[in-house]
Write a protein that binds this ligand. Structure first.
Ligand SMILES: *Cc1c(COP(=O)(O)O)cnc(C)c1O
Length: 233
């Protein structure tokens, strides 16, 4: 039933290794986040059995149910929230996730920090940046990223790890590389300004290679591992 998942995971790992080699990078410098949104807990379990440990989710209700179903793996699985986050959902996310990649305003970050339970390790966060400048996309503008990053880095229960982007789909490898390069250059400039960042969360099923060539340290891959998503039910 879910044997395709182990096979697909292998294929994705090979794509990562090949792209890392092409970029003269150590393949272990690129972490794989398996995006399991819309797929059942059993599929997460199949990927876990095939050695995958980090999983990304977009929808709060769906993910909390899945995390509960997989409670026996707690401590071994890492959960990353990567979807749009409204302020009335921050508490559930602060209590259930290890990472949030989609922070794009201070109010959300402040709530996550305040609602992170005492005794839990700091919540790892990435700032989502709108590198393509699309009106409809969430994310802070590149021009506002530095001030927001400094404000978030000062919050007690968060650890600002880096930047995340979801670039517009593009055809050729060169076109795909451009927005990823802009995100990497932005991260370089934040680091030059004293922020200690180590994570560039970019690259999805269609553009893993372009993202790795431009320095991605974490690729977020759904379709190429779990298959096409069905939103009809
Ligand atoms: C769904 C999603 C992904 C995975 O996309 P695929 O094209 O299925 O690999 C990655 N990142 C974010 C933020 C997503 O919402």
């Amino acid at each position: 039933m879910s044997s395709h998942i182990a096979r697909h995971l292998d294929e994705v790992r090979q794509r990562i290794a090949k792209a890392a080699a092409a970029a003269s990078r150590d393949p272990s410098s690129v972490a794989l986040l398996a995006v399991s949104k819309t797929f059942p807990a059993d599929d997460v379990r199949a990927a876990f059995k095939a050695g995958q440990r980090a999983f990304g989710e977009n929808y709060v209700q769906e993910s909390v149910a899945k995390i509960a179903e997989l409670a026996d793996l707690r401590g071994e699985i890492q959960w990353h929230f990567i979807g749009p986050l409204q302020s009335n959902k921050t508490k559930v996310v602060a209590e259930n996730f290890d990472w949030v990649h989609s922070v794009d305003r201070l109010k959300i970050a402040e709530r996550l920090s305040a609602q992170r339970a005492a005794g839990m390790p700091a919540l790892n966060v990435c700032l989502q940046v709108n590198v393509s400048g699309e009106e409809s996309k969430s994310g802070v503008t590149p021009g506002d990223a530095l001030a927001l990053a400094h404000a978030i880095a000062a919050l007690p229960n968060l650890k600002l790890r880096g930047l995340m982007a979801i670039p517009e789909a593009a055809g050729s490898l060169d076109e795909q590389r451009m927005p990823h390069r802009r995100l990497r250059e932005l991260m370089d400039s934040l680091r030059a300004d004293g922020l200690e960042l180590d994570t560039l969360s970019m690259g999805m099923s269609a553009d893993i290679e372009a993202a790795i060539l431009e320095g991605a340290t974490m690729v977020r891959v759904g379709t190429a591992i779990f298959g096409a998503r069905d939103y009809s039910h």
